[in-house]
Design a protein around this ligand. Structure first.
Ligand code: SAM
Length: 229
């Protein structure tokens, strides 16, 4: 992967970026996403935020290589602290991190009084934590996508300011993903169902079928079945 050829995962993130956006990519590593969007004239300006020096240097190298430093700023900062009011950033991308870290970054931004027109979030894990955070912090999920790369499934969540009340099923599976029910979505949850089957086997051979834990797994298994059937 590079800024010429994005991975399937980052391409799906890029698809959600509004044309003409002023973007901040938080946790940007090689800056492949903002560099690709600038090179394709999809965005007009990018802040590239990184908490670690090595990835920041890689990002600066990528932007310099493609002569993009006039329309971008590379900043060493924790989360949304990379974004200044004067940047007039309207779109945030946070991709390739755990959902808890993404929620923590958003929470710290909210505490600083930051809010943005468009959030595009791609948690690698704990997607439900991100949806719950959005649901309780004045953001509405307006679309979602799910893609597969090898054996991994990646959810991309698009959110805008507003209010909504998500059900627990929406939070667990995604309000748009569970309605779209693509083959990738079904494959993701079939894989989770297979994992739970192994847990059942272990609990059964340990004689622990009459336990709260077993019942909870059973309820979760049934819930998955209902959603993907
Ligand atoms: N966003 C890119 C992608 O999706 O391919 C890079 C993902 S990389 C796995 C995660 C990056 O986030 C790392 O470079 C890490 O240094 C950075 N990161 C982690 N916590 C961060 C924070 N609080 N603020 C800014 N960057 C952070």
């Amino acid at each position: 992967m590079d800024s010429t050829h994005l991975s399937t995962r980052l391409s799906a993130v890029a698809e959600f970026v509004p044309l003409g956006a002023r973007l901040a990519d938080i946790g940007s590593d090689h800056a492949y996403l903002p560099a690709n969007l600038l090179r394709n004239h999809k965005i007009t300006y990018a802040v590239v935020g990184e908490v670690a020096k090595g990835p920041l240097d890689n990002a600066a190298h990528e932007l310099r290589k493609h002569d993009l430093l006039a329309t971008s700023s590379v900043r060493l900062a924790d989360g949304l602290a990379a974004v200044k009011n004067t940047d007039a950033i309207d779109t945030i991308t946070i991709a390739g991190m755990g959902g808890i870290l993404i929620s923590d970054i958003l929470a710290a931004g909210t505490q600083r009084g930051q809010s943005f027109e468009t959030l595009i979030l791609q948690p690698n894990t704990d997607e439900s934590v991100v949806r719950r955070w959005l649901n309780t912090h004045n953001y509405v999920i307006t679309d979602e996508e799910i893609v597969q790369e090898d054996n991994h499934f990646y959810e991309i969540i698009l959110a805008k300011p507003g209010n909504q009340i998500l059900s627990e099923i929406d939070i667990a599976f995604g309000p748009y993903l569970r309605i779209k029910k693509t083959s990738v979505f079904v494959a993701k949850w079939q894989k989770e169902r297979d994992r739970i089957m192994l847990i059942f086997k272990n609990l059964e051979s340990a004689g622990k079928t009459n336990t709260e834990n077993y019942k909870n797994w059973q309820a979760w298994y049934n819930q998955i079945n209902e959603v993907i059937s």
